[in-house]
Design a protein around this ligand. Sequence first.
Ligand SMILES: [Zn+2]
Length: 456
Amino acid sequence: MEDLSTIIDELREELAERLKSWLKIASVKGEAAPGAPFGVEVRRMLDQALADAEAMGFQVRNFDGYAGDIRMGEIGVEPLAILAHLDVVPAGDGWKTDPFTPVQEGDRIYARGTSDDKGPALAALLAMLALKKAGTPLKREVRMILGCDEESGWEDIDYYKAHCDMPRSGFSPDASYPVINTEKGLLHLSLRAPYSKEGLAVKSIQVGERCNVIPGEATALVFGDSAFCDKANRLAVEMHLNVKAEPRPEGMVLLSSSGVPGHAAYPEIAKNALGQLTLFLRALGVTGALKTLADAVGMEYDGTSLNIRCSDETSGSLTCNLGILRYDESGLYATLDIRYPILCDHRSLTAALKAALGDQIEVTVEKQTEPHHVAPNSPLVMALLDAYHEVTDRPRECVATGGGTYAKCLDEGVAFGCSFPEDEDLAHQAGEYTSLDGLMQSMRIFARAIEKLAGK
Ligand SMILES: [Zn+2]
């Protein structure tokens, strides 16, 4: 019998070709159809992956197009879950190649979904195949669960849980190495307040689509003449803000703020254009709830002026993002996305924040998710770190994230792979790519991890 590492090496061609066939399916969430709750392309992707796995000799199940699973080993015995997803975010602008026509350049394959999450899903599936080919005896079930709604509402996981047993323990290759064992808690708040007739007259602000996105651009339409426009531009320079004012017809001025877009969980590497815009509006004399927002949030992402700044050693610091702001005569609507450390209590946090915003702004909790933590010395985490270290010779380390992964769907779940610490992260961005060498390395890591956790 061939040894496992030789078998894995021989799967390289299979990895490249099969991945390209998966990447050609534009599995972006679409309109629901019979048997295809997230659209026909997502269903087609699920059918393809399950057919491929069946052809490899695995037992597969399709949960009505919501999710599927692929099983091996001792079915029903303490299943070890591997949670990945087959849906992708829309292509977006800025691609140099067609996002759904994979292009290989040397070791890299470019297409939407290469790193998030089709590449990692396939690497895990081929690790299972390698163990099967090697005849590795297993004492537990190994179950890969393929979700179809990770990028939107996680309805796939709800459906899966409602229709079959969810394993207790496992990992999700949908983030980075080493092991992510801590996920901060999440609070989505909406803010509502009346329009203010005092001070600077604002016609309209319509910024942001999603609570968890840091706006890279933000504009406001305000009333003002050319003298006001000149004054605003001088002020922007004085305040070192990247904002400009331009005259518009009918006595209007357009204020445009530029920042660096990003994800709410990682504000350190972004710059919130909307927060910057509120600071500018305050300097121009805006009053009411907009001024309060500038005072209490502005460009701060650590919650200092909201009186909610906190951190703990395991999870790091709280983050806060002003993602959406709509303001006109009908009033103000805004959202805050807050990611809080595991030792922080969300009720006292909300209370402190309400006090800081004052009576004028009505605060509603739209969504709250508890923090998630798996002990670094648990057998799961230790086995994963050992596998990672043995294959790569890199240090065993646990890390925390503000992002949310499928890992928290499991009582004992962690995120594990597939990007390495030095990899460029282009998930959800134009030019997303994956490295075949990296995925081959992930196959070795996953095979070894499964052996450690489920091998006899
Ligand atoms: Zn993902």
